[in-house]
Design a protein. Structure first.
Lengths: 340, 337, 337, 340
């Protein structure tokens, strides 16, 4: 819990253990109570509460005028979100599966991300796009991708990847209060992950990495779904007497380069783990930032572990091979530390 | 396409009545095969033998069968996340489909596609698609290709009412009409986009969205296989002659949940509504009723068919359950051709 | 919105005839301002004083003016790559527009947007858009926002016939109709998508594409500002009352090339066609003709107006030519709010 | 001219100096003559020959049934291309400005890239998407992007970035004959670039980097539009006695990692230059590949030079600041070589 977090003090009290999905819903409900301009629009978000049931109960409190079931029109609803944000509302657009942002890329990238700059700063787009990432749910190639690298590439956008219930609530509130378009990725499998969350109001600033576990021998930079994998690997490494530091950037843009570089300078070894396709993915940016910034301190090359560069297969025996497991992370870390 | 036995019959000089009988009994068998296949899929899910979820076609069988029976084997179809019925109706075999659903190497896609991505070149199935409306471009492109290659193949694009929300559908219908492409758009309006009634997501006249582009559009009782087949035959033969695309708006209903896991449905639709469709509008009952009425068949024939199909389904499921998973090395193959 | 002097007039008890005269003379002045502005832009291009290209609105002035004169200052518009006319008609000032076109810091967007991205909050202009159909979502979202915020603002979405090829337009028209959003879609059919005649790219009935969604649709003579204004007023006030969206299919023509560099046009349209529109269907001539006929104005008035506008244009262009470029440091500002 | 290139011998004869645009057209015409399944579809591709006039004359030879003017429907025409490719045709889809691939990402990524894998290898998609990249044409934020990083990230796609007329012709022929979806990016400003091109038939294999200039002191990896910039910088560096090697990967996937790494091992210094946004862009992947593969040979961190992370501004005085010029490349190289 970084000291930078607002209300860090109150949050010491009234901390419950809830799931990441509940934390998301709590952040949405609190922000909607606070600000009447905030509304949610997407497919089956109202009575159904999304297929993941994350929004269950919101329509009962806020009604169908603020929790709006839309047609199956990802480009269209994102476009409506941009127009609403430009004219005084604070829309939250729900894109059920991250794979579907492919349908809305023009609205996200050519419209939302550029309006503020193209207008010379006169117009702004306080829009949040909530979507998902992550494989191993047996939903095959069109429902399992983690495409956050695409939007991280685009100036004008901010990109958030929460990895704990605490971070999810604080980061989502920051996203909703931000004056810019923010793409917020939730790992579908982590909705059930439990953790301590204050019931009070707090925000977590963007661009501040969080050290999820302190260590001295190797840095494991991990995002979203891979944070738990890195923590499990760190546990196993500890048994071998290797002290791994797990660093979670929390936002790919803004990116907290200095924390990543400082950790690598301290440990002199780093692995970057992310569930997006490895090729031209998030691991490439972070690895090159560290390799550059910590160049004179590194004892070994920075290693990257992303999703296997294949469309996600349906068959469980194949799908499970596409995402880095803790054991593999541990093996790579051992090798980097010169243990065999 | 007609099955071997049926085509033999029609080959011989058989009475019109016998031909009628053969044709409708064959369609009954096809619809029943889909029905029993899906019920077996549901069992596999409930007994935790199938990975992931499946979207069952039960209740909508008359559309896939009525349309596909008007197609040739070398004609194309594209399908949806609710695609098992389309695949079977176009001639896919039960065992290889079960194998795919279980992620086995013997499956149509070696287990790489699963329920939402079954494709079968040999029967002209260009694939189910898990992106709503995602196959509209592929279907229209396949129709353009037939025209360019000088064949007279027709392509049928199946999709649900929810796909009317996807802009790409209008982009490709425009081109299909402009260039008179041999493609038939078959909209299966089962009243729901997942858990939302289509009237909450779909403005205006559904059929007008196609006719606006100059596409010949017909509204169809999707529970009556004879009506579906008659209209499909007319639109398909018209397209085959180069007279342009067609659009079928088929009114239908899914008996099960949006997917096998959708058990509590009370918040979006009533038990009464479900019962009404199952009792009054069931495509299998409607056909058996008519066949009996016409004296073209009786319960003994239906029982005989049911047993044959039941055996095929059970054998297919068993085959899939016993089949091996793909080798781990398969994960990295077929990324590139 | 009415200009100061005109609104004063209407403020006083003036005769209906004087009000008519003031209104139409004002619209004439607005159309002429667009015409002369664009001709000056062309000169700036030909004399290599303007970076890049511009898409001139000459010939289509009656649409922007007829529609925008039916809007309030706080109503919204979204525009296109051919947007100068829309901006001016909604009240943008000539000097700041020229400055933007020349990439100067004094421009509406500090030179960051240029010809295709002029936006002006103060007059409710949410921006020109260089993605064909790209502003349909923004316009519909702005209309939804007015409804959510409880204002009675109306949004007008201008686009060309080519935008009918973009799927997102159908996605948002569906929602506009479902939720009765106060948005008017104004399709400027100038017969060409760039260098291709719209009949080669657009199947069926253009207007039917909107009415299919249950949107009230009117076909309009885009060269007749009085007709454009009458129909726009009716649809806009209806939308303002919460009775839902409208669609105007305006038939028009662009006199110049697709952009200022499109000089050789023989391969896609004939000199005769161009001449016919310029001589028979010119929106300025049609209006002056009618005003004269009605005895509401004579050549001396038109000359007076022309001089006033000419002076304004020249002063605006000079202002822009003399204005400084943005500081280099500006390149990195306004990326984030 | 790599020895791997087919018909490298004949190509020694009948070499003319033509523009990159002419080389593209020649490749298209030759392939359309060779294979009746090849056709072109896009906006204003026929009589207009595209706004860049690159296709002028093709419709006269091949007719409107093989050079097809389409509606303004990027998603739709790409979808038709996928369906055509799956059923025996070899479509070439023309997407006028690279910015517009944002409208077709679902068709490119969720359909074209995945059909072969999802079908277990039964179906294939021999589709070519020709599009453009590059700024400094005063066309502002929605007509100036270089978005090749997006498609380079996606398994199932191949991505080509020609930098000379010779490469353009040979690589485009390879793309058309490939059995997979290939995205082919052409720099709008390079259409007028002249160079030697054989009038005979030849292809250039994918995944083979080309050393555009040999050197010993520093490696400049450059793509597409940046190759000329790197060559200009190398010229200036030579005057200072610094010998720069300019390496052009030519395809971002498949990527010729060994040639890049070997060059960096030899020179022990590297800069990666690409016109895409720098953040999470192509420079990140290539820099991290080199930093890893040449780790024990590098005397300085690998530097990255991409487009400035801002939407492309209209005003010339601003736009020209967003793309790396030869002088800046030279300065960075000088510094890396310890010269000040
Ligand atoms: C582009 C896209 N958006 C959302 C989804 C999630 N989704 C899967 S099925 C479905 C509903 C489809 O409804 P309909 O088209 O009527 O088909 P049905 O399930 O009723 O057969 C939705 C929204 C998806 N698969 N693709
Ligand atoms: C999505 C997209 N595709 C292509 C283009 C290139 N382009 C610019 S203007 C234009 C023609 C637009 O025609 P229309 O909509 O009729 O407007 P007009 O130029 O006739 O006013 C095209 C194809 C674009 N800007 N955006
Ligand atoms: Mg449905
Ligand atoms: Mg036009």
């Amino acid at each position: 819990m970084s000291m930078l977090d607002t209300a860090a003090n109150e949050t010491r009290q009234n901390v419950r253990v809830i799931t990441l999905g509940q934390a998301i819903k709590e952040a949405l409900a609190e922000e909607m109570r606070r600000d009447p301009r905030v509304f949610i629009m997407g497919e089956d978000v109202a009575e159904a509460g999304t297929p993941f049931k994350v929004l269950s109960g919101l329509v009962e409190e806020f009604g169908t005028s603020r929790v709006i079931d839309s047609p199956i029109s990802e480009a269209g609803i994102t476009g409506l979100g941009v127009g609403g944000a430009m004219t005084g509302m604070r829309p939250i657009i729900d894109i059920m599966f991250g794979d579907f942002i492919a349908l809305a890329m023009d609205q996200i990238v050519n419209q939302a991300a550029k309006v503020h700059y193209m207008s010379g700063g006169k117009l702004k787009v306080p829009l949040v796009i909530r979507t998902t990432l992550g494989a191993t749910r047996r939903t095959a190639a069109q429902h399992s991708q983690s495409l956050h690298a695409w939007v991280s590439h685009v100036p004008g956008l901010k990109v958030v990847l929460p990895s704990t219930p605490y971070d999810a609530k604080g980061l989502l509130k920051t996203a909703i209060r931000d004056e810019n378009p923010v793409v917020f990725f939730e790992d579908k499998l982590m909705y059930q992950l439990k953790g301590p969350v204050p019931d009070s109001d707090y925000t977590i600033p963007f661009g501040v990495a969080d050290i999820k576990r302190a260590g001295t021998d190797i840095t494991l930079v991990a995002t979203s779904s891979m944070v738990q994998v890195a923590l499990a690997a760190a546990e196993k490494l500890a048994e071998l007497g290797i002290s791994a530091e797990v660093v979670d950037p929390r936002t790919t843009f803004p990116l907290d380069k200095s924390t990543l570089i400082e950790s690598a300078k301290k440990t002199s070894r780093a692995i970057v783990i992310d569930e997006g396709y490895e090729r031209y993915g998030v691991t490439a940016e972070i690895a090159s930032v560290i390799a550059d910034g910590a160049f004179y301190y590194l004892d070994a090359p920075v290693k990257r572990m992303g999703a296997m560069d294949v469309p996600v297969p349906f068959s469980p025996v194949l799908e499970d091979l596409t995402v880095p497991p803790a054991d593999t992370v541990m093996e790579v870390a051992k090798a980097l530390c010169g243990r065999v | 396409m007609l099955q071997p036995e049926a085509s033999q019959l029609s080959g011989q000089k058989m009475s019109k009545r016998d031909a009628e009988q053969a044709r409708w009994l064959h369609m009954y068998e096809q619809m029943l095969k889909i029905r029993l296949f899906e019920e077996r899929v549901n069992q596999l899910y409930l007994t935790a033998k199938m990975p992931g979820l499946a979207h069952l076609y039960v209740g909508e069988e008359a559309i896939a069968v009525g349309v596909c029976e008007a197609l040739r084997r070398d004609d194309y179809i594209t399908s949806t996340h609710r695609g098992h019925g389309h695949c079977l109706a176009k001639g896919a075999s039960v065992d290889l489909m079960f194998a795919e659903l279980l992620g086995k190497d013997a499956g149509y896609c070696h287990g790489k596609g699963g329920s939402m991505h079954i494709a079968d070149q040999d029967t002209g199935n260009l694939g189910a698609n898990a992106i709503v409306g995602g196959s509209a471009g592929i279907a229209t492109g396949a129709a353009m290709s037939s025209k360019q290659r000088g064949t007279d193949q027709v392509t049928v694009c199946f999709f649900g009412d929810g796909a009317l929300g996807q802009g790409v559908l209008y982009e490709v219908m425009n081109m299909a009409s402009l260039w008179k492409l041999p493609v038939i758009y078959v909209c299966e309006n089962n009243l729901y986009n997942e858990y939302t009634h289509y009237t909450e997501t779909t403005a205006g006249e559904l059929g007008a969205r196609a006719s606006a582009f100059g596409i010949l559009t017909e509204e169809v009782d999707g529970q009556n296989v004879r009506e579906v087949h008659a209209i499909a035959t007319r639109l398909i033969e018209r397209a085959r002659k180069g007279e342009g695309p067609g659009f079928m708006l088929c009114n239908t209903y899914r008996y099960h949940g949006h997917h096998v896991g959708d058990i509590q449905r009370g918040y979006y639709r009533s038990k009464e509504e479900e019962e009404l469709w199952k009792t009054e509008r069931d495509p299998l009952k409607l056909l058996t009723g008519w066949l009996t009425e016409q004296g073209l068949a009786d319960s003994s024939i239906f029982q005989e068919i049911e047993q044959r199909v039941q055996t095929e389904i059970e054998a297919g499921a068993q085959f899939a359950l016993d089949a091996p998973y793909p080798e781990p090395s398969e994960v990295a193959t077929n990324v590139y051709a």
